[in-house]
Design a binder for this molecule. Structure first.
Ligand code: GLU
Length: 424
């Protein structure tokens, strides 16, 4: 007897990242009654490029990496999105993340489309010199897709301001001085004040708005943060401004917990000295899995994708989950959290502070006029508050979860832009 078709047999946890993001998109398309013909246009990418990235390693070997730049949609403006260096950065993942950028830039209403890039490599085992050679070659290979009015990369997982400096230099050597070609640069090279902290700060601003709208008292609320890279560490440093207490943080090496609250600045210093949060004074060790299931008020996944799935969603005790990472909750995990009455602040809203300040950086580069940090943070705050209010109003108005509301708003905007341009 023939078994069920392959797709029917797969549980939602087995979905690829792109299938999962497409499911979120399809639900929004159903909700807003998007025309079938537009579904195909908006689900897939406008353009996808796979490149070979040969790198001479320090030991003399030539290693050939594979890199991608996926340009999902540019109806609302130039393509925008980060570059990640990670062993899992394959075409499907980069495609999913590119689509998320389209929806994210639409939610915060900045004039960009969505793209993502990635090189499949274990950046953490590579020397700085190797990473610089990789970055320069990758930039050369995708350069003809880029442009200050075409496609503007930024940092993402395992890339940072220094990576952007190398990208800008590689591009500028060929095309002339072009600071606006990437965002997230060092401040000394045209980066914006406040960009490094922006994603974490945006999550804090969103959480503050959620607290006000949902009547959640954040004063004294306990917070657990999974991931202590740029986003997680800045979030942990800034969330104290809301009166919250960070009781747990983690990184790839493991997690730490202190019931009375961690001294986040001391943890940051400990990481600078030892390379990990593990072993910070006054903390006990926990695993990354245990961190997710702690009895806290707010859980902030700020590391990689799909850490909350149908395998553990039932054990999440936090009342609010703020998605600082991209796609940390699988569709099946999302349904379970929803069923358990959790408030999930979706990635395309919660972590949009980074790309928002990237927009400010790009605008400053083009105008050749630097903003003070106060102005950057004030504009960021305005943008995040407006986005939250719009998503929250849609969610309550239509009686739908925040993720569906955010996707619905975003898909409507991009659909409208594509139609106005006469693209379809
Ligand atoms: N990588 C960040 C994100 O996923 C920032 C992208 C950007 O600034 O272009 O939102």
């Amino acid at each position: 007897m023939a078994g069920p078709p392959e797709t029917a047999r797969r549980s939602p946890i087995d979905m690829t990242p792109f299938e999962a993001v497409s499911l979120f998109f399809d639900r929004a398309a159903d909700h807003i009654g998007l025309a079938d013909e537009m579904r195909e246009v908006l689900r897939g990418s406008y353009r996808e490029l796979r490149v070979q990235v040969p790198v001479r390693m320090d030991d003399g070997r030539l290693e050939v990496f594979t890199g991608y730049r996926v340009q999902h949609n540019a109806a609302r403006g130039p393509y925008k999105g980060g570059i990640r260096y990670h062993p899992d950065a394959d075409l499907d993942e980069v495609r999913a993340l590119a689509a998320l950028m389209t929806w994210k830039t639409a939610v915060v209403d900045i004039p960009f489309g969505g793209a993502k890039g990635g090189v499949q490599c274990d950046a953490r085992s590579m020397s700085d010199a190797e990473k610089q050679r990789l970055t320069r070659r990758f930039t050369q290979m995708i350069a003809y897709l880029l442009g200050t009015n075409r496609d503007i990369p930024a940092p993402d997982v395992n890339t940072d301001a220094r990576t952007m400096a190398w990208m800008m230099d590689a591009y500028s050597t060929r095309y002339g001085y072009t600071p606006a070609i990437v965002t997230g640069k060092p401040v000394e090279l045209g980066g914006s004040y406040g960009r490094e902290a922006a994603t974490g700060r945006g999550v804090v601003l969103c959480l503050a708005e959620a607290g006000r709208s949902l009547d959640i008292d954040l004063q004294g609320a306990t917070v657990a943060v999974q991931g202590f890279g740029n986003v997680g560490s800045w979030f942990a440093r800034l969330v104290g401004e809301l009166g919250c207490r960070v009781v747990a943080v983690s990184d790839v090496a493991g997690g730490i917990y202190a019931e009375s609250g961690l001294d986040v600045d001391a943890v940051v210093s400990h990481v600078a000295e030892s390379g990990s949060v593990v072993g910070a004074a006054g903390s006990e060790s926990i695993t990354n899995e245990e961190l997710l299931e702690l009895d806290v008020d707010v859980l902030v996944p700020a590391a990689l994708d799909r850490v909350i799935t149908d395998a553990n969603a039932d054990r999440i005790r936090a009342r609010v989950v703020a998605e600082a990472a991209n796609h940390p909750v699988s569709p099946a995990g999302d349904e379970i959290l929803e069923g358990n009455g959790k408030t999930v602040i979706p990635d395309i809203l919660a972590n949009a502070g980074g790309v928002t300040v990237s927009y400010f950086e790009w605008a400053q580069n083009i105008q050749q006029f630097r903003w003070e940090e106060e102005r950057v943070n004030a504009e960021l705050s305005k943008t995040m508050s407006r986005a939250w209010q719009q998503v929250y109003a849609r969610a309550t108005g239509d009686g739908i979860p925040l993720r569906l509301a955010a996707f619905a708003l975003a898909v409507e905007k991009v659909d409208q832009a594509d139609r106005l341009r006469g693209y379809v």
